[in-house]
Design a protein around this ligand. Structure first.
Ligand code: PLP
Length: 368
């Protein structure tokens, strides 16, 4: 058939890879005028004086120039903050999502795939499809803990080039044990990426373990500590790995406003730490209150969100009830499987959390 006779849809079907046409685009829920507890954002803004200082800082930004390709303004203070050894390096991404893409682009075509657990962060699976890498996920146990034996066996079977471990995991909130993650790194036939997106709220990190493992990279993001709008993620690893990944990074992937903004935020690092402490306190309060509800099975969280399962009532209905009351959370139930009847609530400000708890317990017919 002559392509020139195609309709637009005909062209699309003719040329777009079938596995791309099958994907449902990443869905962001509309949230105007709602209490937003769905996307792990930090509820706090900067103090007024800091806002003013920030406005002064950007007033003379040279937007007519390309940004610094080396991101030195952030690289230096961040390397100091992390106490980075000389043989390790940082690669920055437009969110850690872009870093996942860079990692996969560097390894696609090797006839080897990507492995992670299920449920986990959806972008591992989605980006693997974008770049045409096979993706294998090992189911977590019923209580969201890791089935280490199954994972190690699956690594032997599939020989993945890349293994992603979100630590703590999203959307479940728990961290697997350090010993389990160490065993994965030690028996992996590929590069293990420990995704520490929730590090600010977690008890442990693998950043210092990079020195003793040749196949470990640690990835983090500023998104969950109050800078989601800037889109800045980074990964840390041995020089030789980072040199290769840096080749794939587009030259000016971190824009000037982001560089200034995150550099400015790092100059006020205690503010970020304070906000994370407040969120952890609110998390503790929320876990206690939610656990007191008969209807809720609350899972342990080391992140800035809480995942729970409703024992008998419908998560879909409670989700809709909250939405009608102007409160947006994440309904995990449509994912099915281990997430059947589960809800995920981002920890908000004290006021937001109290409003959520009031409406939520009322919907459940309980008092919290
Ligand atoms: C939110 C999240 C990210 C993505 O962060 P960005 O830097 O905003 O792209 C990565 N990994 C996990 C596990 C996350 O939950």
């Amino acid at each position: 058939m002559n392509p020139q006779t195609f309709s637009v849809d005909g062209w699309v079907e003719h040329l777009i890879r079938p596995e791309i046409r099958q994907i449902n685009a990443y869905h962001v829920q509309p949230a105007q005028n709602m209490i937003k507890l769905d996307a792990m954002e930090n509820p706090y803004v900067w103090p007024e004086s800091m806002q003013q200082a920030w406005l002064a800082r950007i007033s003379d930004l040279a937007f007519n120039r390309y940004p610094d390709p080396n991101v030195s303004m952030i690289r230096q203070p961040l390397s100091a903050l992390l106490d980075l050894p000389a043989d390790q390096q940082i690669v920055f991404g437009n969110g850690s999502d872009e870093l996942i893409q860079i990692l996969m682009m560097a390894m696609s075509g090797t006839n080897r795939g990507v492995m992670s657990v299920s449920p986990t962060f959806v972008m591992y699976d989605m980006i693997a499809r974008f770049v045409g890498m096979p993706y294998h996920a090992v189911a977590l146990n019923q209580d969201f803990t890791l089935n280490l034996a199954a994972f190690i066996e699956a690594m032997q079977t599939h020989q993945p080039a890349l293994i992603f471990i979100a630590y703590p995991n999203n959307p479940t909130g728990n961290a697997f044990t350090r010993q389990q993650v160490e065993q994965i790194i030690e028996s992996a036939p590929g590069l293990v990426v420990v995704d520490e997106a929730y590090n600010a709220f977690a008890e442990d990190s693998f950043i210092e373990d990079i020195a003793r493992y040749s196949n470990l990279v640690v990835m983090r993001t500023f998104s969950k500590v109050g800078l989601a709008g800037f889109r800045l993620g980074y990964m840390v690893g041995h020089q030789s790995w980072m040199t290769e990944f840096d080749k794939i990074r587009l030259p000016y992937n971190i824009n000037s406003a982001t560089q200034q903004g995150v550099a400015f935020a790092l100059e006020h690092y205690p503010v970020l730490v304070e906000q994370a402490v407040a969120i952890k306190q609110q998390r503790q309060m929320m876990v206690a209150r939610l656990s007191s509800l008969d209807e809720c099975e609350v899972y342990p969280s080391q992140a800035n969100f809480i995942t729970l399962r409703l024992k008998s009532q419908s998560a879909d209905q409670v989700f809709t009830g909250l939405k009608q009351a102007g409160i947006l959370i994440k309904n995990l139930s449509p994912n099915g499987g281990l997430l059947a009847n589960c809800l995920r609530i981002t920890v908000g400000s004290e006021e937001e959390n109290q409003q959520f708890l009031a409406v939520f317990s009322q919907l459940l017919g309980e008092s919290s």
